[in-house]
Design a binder for this molecule. Structure first.
Ligand code: GDP
Ligand code: IMO
Ligand code: MG
Length: 415
């Protein structure tokens, strides 16, 4: 099985929980885009483990995690995450591979991201240097993981880049310049530690395909944050859609056999940008508190609102999704009434170009007012909960395959 797992909203749909849940049936978990902006939460042995750079399926025995070519890679965050994971498995690095093609997130990318967020250009980014690192990649100025092992080339390109970046930092953002020798020494040190984990992921994965290995492709962010099809310009800088798998890992486009969409039972967004069903009133505030909707990467409060069927339908089309996982259904158990956005009064469908003008029309039903977090069987769900699920299937045209009713690995109802 070659399965892609992607978010169909604005990220934080619970992809981490679902990849961790499914990964036991896979040999490889490969990330194909994004970087340390991701925050994928897994509940392991009663504790919360948050993955930013490393694929989160590796807590399942025998699973190899690959940080693929389409990702941007921050060695500082990676080694920090690795040392935390060693507390769970002292030999965890044996399960982790990093593509030599990944572009490096450099300290100046982070400073530029932060400095920009202080200006009118701010997008509410995670300030992890993602945008500036992808900019350098496409401007053909980037430094890659593989370049760490050619020290002369690395030093020369770093020096050339830094003279420009320092000028930018000082002249435009009035920030302090950085020292290229300090950065060079740090990255030489990273290179030594990283070397045993670096692979040519295109060769590794194509070989795995030939051998019939099972691969799960772990999407980061969400479809509405896709660089082309999201709510541009309030998006991230990579292709979050399933089409990104092939180019993000050096695999043929037909490598993905199935795409599973992860969808929260309501909607959240962190950062700026349009959000048609956002509730700034009591309902949204309650969702945030009950659902603990605070960013896994930045701790920022997430904006919350009712489920929006139109954005999920739009995202499903872009990804080739027919089946979804509905997460955080347990969070809805304390509301008297539940409503979902079933369309827009002023548009026939979701359109990212006019996303800030869309006015949702809602359908309201009674809430289920019962703790469902221990339920593992669809039939045991209250009727009102079944009604909510039917509405979602009806208005999205998608089949719900799993329902997640708690953060723990086993808190899943399989349909
Ligand atoms: P991701 O970025 O898509 O992996 O999602 P995050 O990890 O950023 O955010 C999802 C949050 O919801 C995490 O804190 C998860 O532990 C939690 N979570 C996931 N699924 C469920 C669920 O079904 N119920 C509850 N209560 N929490 C969940
Ligand atoms: P996971 O993988 C939610 C958002 C940021 C900001 C925009 C651009 O955990 O679902 P960036 O730092 O990427 O340049 O920020 O994208 N964003 C996310 N929102 N979940 C994420 O990842 C996100 N990664 C980026 O908040 O609005
Ligand atoms: Mg997240």
């Amino acid at each position: 099985m070659k399965l892609a797992v992607v978010g169909l909203q604005w990220g934080d749909e619970g992809k981490g929980k679902i990849v961790d849940y499914l990964a036991k049936d896979f040999d490889i978990d490969a990330r194909f885009q994004g970087g340390t902006n991701a925050g994928h939460t897994v509940c392991y042995d009663g504790r919360e483990v948050i993955f930013h750079q490393i694929p989160c399926g590796i807590l399942n025995k025998g699973v190899i995690g690959i940080v693929g070519a389409g990702c941007v890679f921050d060695p500082a965050v990676f080694f920090n995450e690795l040392s935390n994971l060693r507390k769970i498995n002292p030999n965890i690095e044996e399960c982790i591979k990093v593509s030599r093609y990944c572009h490096l997130i450099m300290p100046y990318h982070i400073l530029i991201d932060k400095a920009r967020e202080e200006t009118r250009q701010a997008l509410g980014t995670t300030k992890k240097g993602i945008g500036p690192a992808y900019e350098d990649k496409y401007a053909r100025l980037g430094l890659r993981v593989g370049d760490l092992f050619n020290q002369e080339l690395f030093k020369n390109r770093l020096r050339a880049n830094m003279s420009r970046k320092n000028l930018m930092l000082m002249e435009i953002y009035h920030a302090e310049p950085l020292s290229d020798s300090e950065i060079y020494d740090k990255y030489v040190d990273y290179a030594k530690k990283l070397e045993p984990m670096v692979i040519d992921d295109t060769a590794y994965l194509n070989d795995a395909l030939t051998k019939g290995k099972n691969i799960i492709f772990e999407g980061a962010q969400g479809t509405l944050l896709d660089i082309d099809f999201g709510t541009y310009p309030c998006v991230t800088s990579s292709h979050t859609v399933s089409g990104g798998v092939g180019v993000g890992l050096g695999l043929p486009p037909f490598c993905v056999e199935q795409v599973l969409g992860v969808v929260k039972a309501y909607t959240t967004r962190v950062g700026f940008g349009p959000f048609p069903s956002e509730s700034t009133e009591e309902f949204g505030k309650s969702l945030r508190e009950i659902g603990k909707e605070y960013g896994a990467t930045t701790g920022r409060p997430r904006r919350c609102g009712p489920f929006d069927a139109s954005i999920v339908k739009y995202s499903a089309r872009l990804n080739g999704v027919k089946e979804i996982v509905l997460t955080k259904f347990d969070i809805l158990s304390s509301f008297d009434k539940l409503k979902i956005a079933v369309g827009y009064v002023n548009a026939p469908a979701f359109d990212p170009f006019i996303a800030d003008q869309l006015e949702p029309s809602y359908e309201e039903i009674s809430g289920f007012k019962k703790d469902i977090s221990k339920i593992r069987d669809y039939e045991a769900l209250p009727d009102e909960a079944k009604e909510y699920l039917k509405l979602i299937e009806h208005y999205t045209g998608l089949k719900i395959k799993y329902i997640s009713v708690g953060p723990e690995r086993d808190a899943v109802i399989k349909l």
